[in-house]
Design a protein around this ligand. Sequence first.
Ligand code: CAP
Ligand code: MG
Length: 431
Amino acid sequence: MAKIDWYDKFVDFKYSPAKDDVIALFYFEPAAGMSKKEAAGRIASESSTGTWTTLTSLPPRMKGLEATAFEMDGNYLKVAYPIGLWEKGNLCQLLSGIAGNIFGMKALKNLRLIDASIPPALLKSFKGPQFGMEGIRKRMGVKKRPLTGAVVKPKIGFSAAEHSKIAFETWMGGFDFVKDDENLTSLSFNRFEDRLKRMTKLRDKAEALTGEKKSAFFNITAEVGEMMRRAEMVADHGWDYVMIDVVVTGNSAVQTMRDYLGDLGLAIHAHRAMHAAFDRNPKHGLTMQFLAKTMRMLGVNNIHTGTAVGKLVGTKPEVQAIADVLREKKTKAKKGLILEQEWGNIKSVFPASSGGLHPGLVPDVMDIYGNDMVLLVSGGIHGHPKGTRAGAMAVMQAIDAKMEGVSLKEKAKNNEELREALGKWGRYKPK
Ligand code: CAP
Ligand code: MG
């Protein structure tokens, strides 16, 4: 009887990857009745040149394009993909291969793409961020401390006038950025243009009063043509940043917008709303580390990365691995978490730590990230007993304390705002 399938051709534990192979690291669990080796062959096959059955005619070129499952360690698998499989500068095509059909195969009970190392020959076809962390620091005039920002809360429901007043209070409390929330775009009660105009006036006032640079992440998330229109408005009003919900808009939109915004001199704050639909299950989907990597390749300037101590899921080692992917010139491998990645000329990205933070948690977050981050504290400033401005001041005092190596308790002795914040929240970790 003729052989039906050919998955075994895609496994070779003696294979040593070529310098310009893409290497993907997977966690996998075969379905009942399937050996690990058979399952591994199916992963490599379906994500490269193979299909479910042997074929009758194969040109000689095919051999050179086949992926190889070459290393198996328990339920962890490495697959090498020849560079010829990939179109330069096309992230969507890369994902349709290494993160495509394979997630739905009956042969697998679970499959998780943990990371993929991208060889220089492919990496250099992506632009990366227009400004690295250094460039953003320069634009903001902030040398060492974490950059600070707050979302106006509640996240949606304020009029443009109410929203802008809260923004002003946030800046006056010492924060660098005010951020629209992920679901605030242009609503009947708060139109984008109205918000932009009012915020512009109050930004100018806050800058004049404080002598500091103030900025905002305007959420332009919409259909691409509309995002372009909104981005132009933002640039016309003299701003330097926009925000995009990068998972819901999609890679192609982000890539197009990176170019468009680059021409306007606008940086991108990437909100990751919906990421947990595919990165939360530890056995299936793809990881936040890998999402962060793709966003650095496409060229966002900040991206949400979690807190480990706040209200949303994400462990400390994961958060640190994501930060390594975004910030390092050469990301070192961490077993089961990330692969080594040489970043070449691709600039760095700020991790944005957000979700359930307040002044009492600032030292914990700074222990995890150090100073190179965008620290977003929202409910944790607007819920301060004395209001938004005092809340922002309390966060700035907590940052100073950490940088001076002083405890919050000590710092609070001479800083009323911090004292009151600690009185309300202490070191509370929200759920
Ligand atoms: C935070 C936030 C952010 C989340 C996103 C919110 O508000 O505005 O969207 O942090 O999650 O709506 O929850 P608070 P992540 O500071 O008031 O919690 O950063 O993990 O992507
Ligand atoms: Mg939000």
